[in-house]
Ligand binder design. Structure first.
Ligand code: NAD
Length: 479
C-alpha cells in the first residue's frame, strides 16, 4: 500500500455555499470495493435540503448568467489549477471508493481539470448570427443559458463525468445542482471543494447526495430546473426522460453501449493486440465505450484469440492502491452476480472460456475474462456486460462485419482496426454509433462531441456541442 492509503474524506452536502451534514442525517455507507470494508458514511439530503438547494440555484442564476464570460472562465481555470494541484490526494480517494488503479484515478482528475480549462475558453467562442435584412433593420440569433440544471452522474468515472457536465453548464451561465453517485462521495466532494475554493458564488454550484429516485423526482419535478443531464444505464435514462417530459425539460442522456470492434486481417496484429487488451480491462471494463464485441476476420482469428488470451492472463489484478496493478475490483458488489450470470449463460450456450470466467476471493474482484465463439443468442452478446469480459467471433466479409456491428439497439462507440484507408472510411461512414475510433481508442476528448444514438442516448457532451446543450437560442427581430 502507498502512504496515501488512509481514507481522508470530509463527506458533506454543499448547499448554498455551505458544507453541511444534511437536515435528517440519513446516511449511506461508503465501501472500499478492494476489501469490502465500510470506510465512511455519506449524508443523504432530505426534501427540505433539496428545496433549499433549488431556491438557491434559482436565486443565484440571474447574477451568474449576467457575469462576464471572462470572469466565469477565470473561476473555472482556477478550479482546474486546484484540481491539478490536489490530483494525488483526490486520486487516492477515487481509488479507495471506486477501485481503479491509482495512476488511472490521478489521470482522471487531470482529465477533469482539462474540461474546466476547455470550457472556460470555449464559452468565449459562443457566437450568434446576424441575418441579412433591409438597411436599418436587424435580425439576430443569440445563444443564452438554459437555466438551472440538474446533473446525475455515475460511479465509473465519477470525477471526469461530473466535470464534463458541470464545466460546460457553468461556462454557459447556468447554475447547477449535481447528484453524484453515493458510492464515490469523497472524490466528487473534492471537485466541489475545488470550485468553492476557486470562488464559485453561493448557489451557483451545489452537490447533493440522496436516494437516487427520490432526489431525481424532486429535482426534475421542480419548476426551477430547466435542464437535466444524466449519465448511466438505459432503463434509468428512459425513466428520467419520462419525468422530464412532464415539465418539457431539456435533456442530455449518455447511456449504455456495447461497442463492437472490427479487426480486419490487414491490421497490424501485434500493435492491435497491445492496444485492445489494456483498453478492454481498463476500469475493469466498467466503461460505457469499453470495447466489448470483437469481430475478427477469419484469417487472423486464431492468432488474435491466442494473443488476446495470453495478454489477459498477464493483467495484474489487485487493490488499485498497490503499484503495478493493471485492473482493480468492480465498483459494486451487485455487479459480481450480474457478470457471473452473463458468463455462465454464454458458457452454457456454447462459448469457450479462453481466460478467467470467475470472481476473485475477497473484495469485488472478477477475473479478466475472454470468451470466444460466443453465440449471438447468448445474453452477453445482447446486453452490456459493463465488466471485464471480452467477447469474440469471426467474420468473413466487410458487409458481414458491418451487419454485426449494427445488429444491436446500442449506438455509442465502435472501433475499427485496419490499415486500408478506403475500408476505414466505409466502416466509419457505415457504423451506427455516435463515435468511431479507427486504430485508436482516444474518443473521449474535451474538444469533440461524445454521445450516443439509438438506445444509447440523446445529445452530446464535449466540444462546442456540449456547451450548446446548456443553451437555448433566441431570435430578436427589429424592424
Ligand atoms: P443503475 O441503473 O442502478 O444505476 C446507474 C446510475 O444511475 C447510478 O449512478 C445510479 O446512482 C443512477 N441512478 C439509478 N437510479 C436513478 C434514478 N432514479 N435517478 C437518478 N439516478 C439514478 O445501474 P448500476 O448497477 O449502478 O450500474 C450498472 C449499469 O449502469 C451498467 O450495466 C451500465 O449499463 C450502466 N452504467 C452506465 C454508465 C455510463 O457511463 N453510461 C455508467 C455507470 C453505469
Amino acid at each position: 500500500m502507498t502512504d496515501t492509503a488512509t481514507y481522508d474524506a470530509d463527506l458533506k452536502l454543499f448547499i448554498d455555499g455551505s458544507w453541511r451534514a444534511g437536515e435528517q442525517a440519513d446516511a449511506a455507507a461508503v465501501i472500499n470495493p478492494a476489501t469490502g470494508d465500510t470506510i465512511g458514511e455519506v449524508p443523504l439530503a432530505s426534501t427540505a435540503d433539496l428545496e433549499e438547494a433549488l431556491a438557491a440555484a434559482d436565486r443565484a442564476w440571474p447574477a451568474w448568467r449576467a457575469t462576464d464570460v471572462e470572469a466565469r472562465g477565470a473561476i473555472l481555470h482556477k478550479a482546474a489549477a486546484l484540481l491539478r494541484e490536489r490530483a494525488p490526494a483526490i486520486g487516492a480517494l477515487l481509488t479507495q471508493e471506486q477501485g481503479k488503479p491509482l495512476p488511472e484515478a490521478i489521470g482522471e482528475v487531470y482529465g477533469a481539470a482539462q474540461l474546466f480549462d476547455y470550457y472556460a475558453e470555449e464559452a468565449k467562442r459562443s457566437y450568434g448570427r446576424v441575418l441579412v435584412r433591409p438597411a436599418g433593420q436587424r435580425s439576430i440569433v443569440i445563444p443564452q443559458p438554459v437555466g438551472p440544471t440538474a446533473t446525475f452522474t455515475p460511479w465509473n468515472f465519477p470525477i471526469y463525468l461530473l466535470a464534463k457536465k458541470v464545466a460546460a453548464a457553468l461556462a454557459a451561465g447556468c447554475t447547477v445542482i449535481s447528484k453524484p453517485p453515493e458510492e464515490t462521495p469523497g472524490c466528487t466532494g473534492a471537485l466541489g471543494r475545488a470550485l468553492a475554493d476557486a470562488g464559485i458564488p453561493n448557489g451557483v454550484f451545489q452537490l447533493v447526495h440522496g436516494v437516487p429516485d427520490t432526489v431525481s423526482r424532486q429535482l426534475i419535478g421542480s419548476r426551477v430546473i430547466r435542464k437535466i443531464s444524466f449519465t448511466g444505464s438505459i432503463p434509468v435514462g428512459k425513466h428520467l426522460m419520462k419525468l422530464a417530459a412532464d415539465g418539457m425539460k431539456r435533456i442530455t442522456m449518455e447511456l449504455g453501449g456495447h461497442a463492437p470492434v472490427l479487426v480486419f486481417d490487414d491490421c497490424d496484429l501485434e500493435k492491435t493486440l497491445d492496444a485492445v487488451v489494456p483498453q478492454k480491462f481498463r476500469n475493469a471494463g466498467q466503461v460505457c465505450v469499453s470495447p466489448t464485441r470483437f469481430y475478427v476476420q477469419e484469417g487472423i482469428y486464431d492468432a488474435f484469440k491466442r494473443g488476446f488470451a495470453e495478454r489477459a492472463r498477464q493483467v495484474k489484478v489487485g487493490n488499485g492502491m498497490e503499484a503495478g496493478v493493471g485492473m482493480g475490483p468492480l465498483a459494486n458488489q451487485r455487479r459480481l452476480p450480474a457478470i457471473q450470470q452473463l458468463v455462465d449463460d454464454a458458457k452454457a450456450k456454447g462459448a469457450s472460456v479462453l481466460a478467467g470466467g470467475e470472481r476473485g476471493d475477497a473484495g469485488f474482484f472478477f477475473q479478466p475474462t475472454v470468451l470466444a465463439d460466443v453465440p449471438l443468442e447468448a445474453d452477453v452478446m445482447n446486453n452490456e456486460p459493463f465488466g471485464p469480459v471480452a467477447l469474440m467471433r469471426s467474420f468473413a466479409s466487410d458487409d458481414e462485419a458491418l451487419e454485426q456491428a449494427n445488429r444491436l439497439p446500442y449506438g455509442l462507440a465502435a472501433f475499427v482496426f485496419t490499415e486500408n484507408g478506403r475500408r476505414a472510411n466505409l466502416m466509419g461512414d457505415g457504423i451506427e454509433s455516435g463515435m468511431v475510433g479507427i486504430n485508436t481508442f482516444a474518443i473521449s476528448v474535451a474538444d469533440a462531441p461524445f454521445g450516443g444514438i439509438k438506445d444509447s442516448g440523446t445529445g452530446s457532451e464535449g466540444g462546442p456541442e456540449g456547451l450548446q446543450s446548456y443553451q437555448v437560442t433566441k431570435a430578436i427581430h427589429q424592424a
